[in-house]
Design a protein around this ligand. Structure first.
Ligand code: AMP
Ligand code: ZN
Length: 508
């Protein structure tokens, strides 16, 4: 495939040319949400980042199988909890709900919010509870290969043995082996059962107080959190696949343990490119649902609070597309600080981009225009947008080049730049580039227009109709040209002809 995409691999800590394991196909796995509560905007940032990555890989022509899981069992409460309990089980017990009731409530709301942010659905969205059999199988394989042991019905991964046999533990997170060995893990309850503090549970025995548990060869219990991603990525993408993503906070212990488990079961590194999105901050501090031990308050805001304006942090509501645009304005590996000023600026930028696109799509090329310096400059800028995206999906720099083109479009519209210096081919390429990047790759849509869902399609179809009418007029086929105008009028769409070309408006 012809492209020069480079991806920053967290494992090698450098940008590497992207070469998929199977020509033309990409396997992409992203760690999804733990559905014990609604997602916050930080979670959304990670999913928006990978949505753009998925969209761009598809744009390059790859057939992408995108797997993003739902964690509905196994994610244990934090280090301070001396009585290890699965987050879902605990919340369900406290709220007197069936775990499945809680899980479905938050899964629905997760889908709804990601829909508002216009993210595409993954190809497969497997749940941990739907893959207990596969997880039990993997525990058995790890045991058979000698990388785990059973204690009182729970199964623990033997971290020191793994470190001794394979030099990869700690490589992803950059942690030193000595630190890893002395570090204790989140399943503190059974600390004294472990042979070593760095060992971690892959199967946890649970008593009847625990709402979610399954029979296994070792005990009635539930799988450890890290195991689901190892088992489900292997099932749907194979023992080795192309890209594994998630937020940076998952590098350790989650992804480090995933690698250990996959090695333990299959004897190989599961992933070619590890990609990690950086954190969303709220007024300078990491967004998180966990309450601050000093203030007792959590530093987070839900998407709905931000979209509706019902919060005490921001001066006004911000629409989902403004928030999405705001996220694209920073590189996925940089932190991003959510502040009122930044959102106000994003709102202005977003409107400017959408207005310029609307004007551009309504403009006609000068027809016989020769390629002059302006046309050549536009060609160069179009190439540059692709180069920026090929440079580890650099959305802020690609957007900056798109804005250089916005300036040109506005000058063309006002007659300050000569249209006849741009060939028809370049002008059409400019229109396509705007449509492709705004709608298909960046996943933006104009919320001010009715039926914004089909925005890219509507723009494309309208352009086709305007072009056909233009051709009819050029060949003095007034009957066809009038028929198009009248039929559009019936649909409440008015065409406006001007020196710069034809534009359209709905509902006047
Ligand atoms: P969780 O529901 O906590 O398992 O997290 C779901 C995803 O959101 C994971 O990929 C996390 O790394 C990511 N995440 C959590 N907090 C943030 C944050 N403040 N900014 C960006 N991503 C986050
Ligand atoms: Zn995961």
């Amino acid at each position: 495939m012809e492209h020069e995409l480079k991806i920053y691999n967290s494992l090698s800590r450098q940008k590497e040319p992207f070469e998929p394991l199977h020509e033309g196909y990409v396997g992409l796995y992203v760690c999804g949400p733990t559905v014990y509560s609604d997602v916050h905007l930080g979670n959304c940032r990670t999913f928006v980042s990978f949505d753009v990555i998925y969209r761009y890989l598809t744009y390059l022509g790859y057939k992408v199988r995108y797997v993003r899981n739902i964690t509905d069992v196994g994610h244990l409460e934090g280090d301070t909890d001396s009585d290890a309990e699965d987050k879902i089980s605990k919340k369900a017990r406290l709220e007197q709900l069936e775990p499945m009731e809680l899980v479905q409530r938050h899964t629905r709301s997760f889908h709804h919010i990601l829909g508002m942010l216009n993210t595409l659905s993954p190809s497969i969205e497997p749940t941990a509870t739907g893959h207990i059999v596969e997880q039990i199988q993997m525990v058995q394989e790890i045991l058979d290969n000698g990388y785990a042991y059973v204690k009182n019905g729970s199964v623990y991964f033997n971290t020191p043995k793994f470190i001794k046999d394979h030099g990869v533990y700690g490589k992803l997170s950059g942690k030193r082996v000595d630190d890893l060995l002395s570090e204790t893990r989140d399943d503190l309850k059974n600390q004294d059962e472990k042979n070593d503090p760095s060992d971690f549970a892959i199967w946890i025995k649970a008593d009847e107080r625990h709402l979610m548990r399954w029979p296994s060869p070792w005990s009635v219990g539930f799988p450890g959190w890290h195991l689901e991603c190892s088992a489900m990525s292997t099932k749907y993408l194979g023992k080795q696949f192309d890209i594994h993503g998630g937020g940076m906070d998952l590098q350790f212990p989650h992804h480090e343990n995933e690698i250990a488990q996959n090695y333990g079961a299959c004897g190989c590194m599961p992933v070619r490119y590890w990609m990690h999105g950086n954190m969303l901050l709220l007024n300078g501090k990491k967004m998180s649902k966990t309450p601050d031990p000093e203030t007792g308050k959590s530093n987070s805001i839900t998407p709905v609070e931000l979209f509706s304006g019902e919060n005490e942090i921001f001066s006004k509501p911000y629409s989902p597309m403004v928030v999405r645009f705001f996220m694209l304005q920073s590189h996925y590996r940089s932190t991003l600080d959510l502040t009122d000023d930044a959102l106000l600026a994003a709102e202005k930028g977003f409107r400017r981009l959408m207005e310029a696109n609307k004007a551009l799509q309504g403009m006609a090329s000068a027809g016989k225009g020769q390629e002059g310096p302006l046309g050549k400059e536009i060609q160069k800028l179009i190439g540059q947008i692709h180069e920026e995206m090929n440079d580890d999906f650099n959305t802020p720099r690609a957007l900056a080049v798109l804005f250089d083109l916005v300036t040109k479009i506005n000058s063309l519209k006002d007659g300050h730049l000569p249209m006849d210096q741009i060939s028809e081919e370049t002008f059409n390429r400019l229109k396509h580039t705007f449509r492709n990047f705004i709608y298909d790759i960046f996943g933006l849509k104009d919320e001010l227009e009715a039926g914004a869902e089909g925005n890219g399609l509507a723009e494309g179809l309208m352009q086709l109709i305007i072009d056909i009418r233009q051709q009819a007029r050029a060949s003095k086929d007034w009957a066809t040209s009038d028929k198009i105008r009248d039929a559009l009028k019936e649909l409440d769409i008015v065409l406006k002809d001007s020196k710069e070309g034809t534009s359209w408006v709905k509902g006047q």
